[in-house]
Design a protein around this ligand. Structure first.
Ligand code: TXA
Ligand code: MG
Length: 316
């Protein structure tokens, strides 16, 4: 039966590993968001991912591995890349490196490079180890929708396409990994995420922040979009809310807004904001409101990633 949700018992994970080995699709939890996984070395299996998500085929996938040694079978790893892996793995850092021939072109969207990460989640790591394969996994949502941070949301978006969903509860971080290009002279952040610019800068020289100049293929497409208009508040200009007139609006942010939102989510920290952002977008779009207002947090730490997702969800 498609779209089955199972608690992550050893038996369920072994069944999931069998599905991966035989070319099927398994959704699994990571510390960032849920992934839609398939055997990264099998073009036919990877094709099912693109099909299920409705994802453009030139948007490459991240390979999930269980060790640095495992990563070295898929990519060329220099000393600097290995140092970053030893410092941040397992964890929300994805490195783009020169690919080895073992990885099919379809998995990497036709590029010479491949993206790799080792997730910090016991269920994910056991699944990778038991399948003895690198697992290609984008976020387990329909392309363009907010990423899933619970098994229920995966089932809503992709239930009919996935052979099994491992339920690991809510994801700790709630936003996708930081993607860095580690092929050039300095490290370039392609997508901000769970490992902040400040944390990376302690370890390696970073290229200047060129804003949208350097982008990973995925950032060309509209992303994370809720079915309601999303307006962004800078957290300062309170007259912003006068412009809402008689609209029913939902609100999320760190500060209490003026006026009366239809529904509100107030977060105690930017980390809590990151963790709930995608789930709240989905919750609010199902309410009677006609617009969502979100406060932009400061850029520091994971704030940069929250701002990035909000800008893209709002359509740029
Ligand atoms: O936290 C995450 O990274 C989650 C979990 C499931 O691990 N995965 C995830 O995958 O967010 P996805 O496919 O939604 O986003 C992958 C991003 C895309 O923006 C893609 O373009 C970029 O990584 N990417 C993948 N391979 C790349 C490559 N070779 N060069 C540049 N960017 C690449
Ligand atoms: Mg995604």
């Amino acid at each position: 039966m498609r779209g089955r949700i199972l608690p992550p018992t050893r038996q369920a994970i072994l069944e999931a590993a069998g599905i991966i080995r035989s070319g099927g699709l398994v959704a699994f939890p990571t510390e960032t968001v849920y992934g839609l996984g398939a055997n990264a070395l099998d073009s036919g299996a990877v094709d099912k991912i693109f099909e299920a998500k409705g994802r453009p085929r030139d948007n490459p996938l991240i390979l999930h591995v269980a060790s640095v040694e495992h990563a070295a079978r898929c990519a060329v790893i220099d000393d600097r890349a290995e140092a970053l892996m030893r410092r941040f793995w397992p964890g929300p850092l994805t490195l783009v490196l020169r690919s080895r021939d073992l990885v099919p072109e379809d998995t990497r969207g036709g590029l010479e490079t491949v993206a790799l990460r080792m997730p910090q989640n016991r269920i994910a790591l056991t699944l990778i180890e038991e399948s003895e394969l690198p697992i290609a996994a984008p976020s387990a949502n329909r392309s363009g929708r907010p990423s899933p941070t619970s098994a229920r949301v995966v089932a809503e978006d992709l239930g009919g396409h996935v052979d099994l969903i491992l339920d690991g509860g809510e994801c700790n971080i709630g936003l996708e990994s930081t993607v860095v290009d580690a092929t050039g002279e300095s490290i370039v952040i392609l997508r901000p995420g769970g490992v902040s610019r400040e944390m990376l800068a302690v370890e390696v020289p970073l290229a200047e922040d060129h804003g949208l100049a350097h982008r990973s293929p995925g950032t060309r497409y509209r992303h994370y979009a809720p079915n309601l208009p999303l307006l962004l508040w800078d957290g300062k200009d309170r007259s912003f809310f006068d412009g809402l007139g008689d609209e029913k609006w939902c609100y999320m942010g760190l500060q209490r807004p003026p006026g009366k939102p239809h529904r509100a989510a107030l977060f105690e920290s930017t980390e809590a904001y990151a963790k709930e952002l995608f789930a709240r977008l989905r919750e609010f779009e199902g309410s009677e409101a006609s617009v969502i207002v979100a406060e932009l947090p400061q850029k520091a730490g994971i704030g940069e990633a929250v701002r990035n997702r909000l800008f893209r969800a709002a359509g740029g």
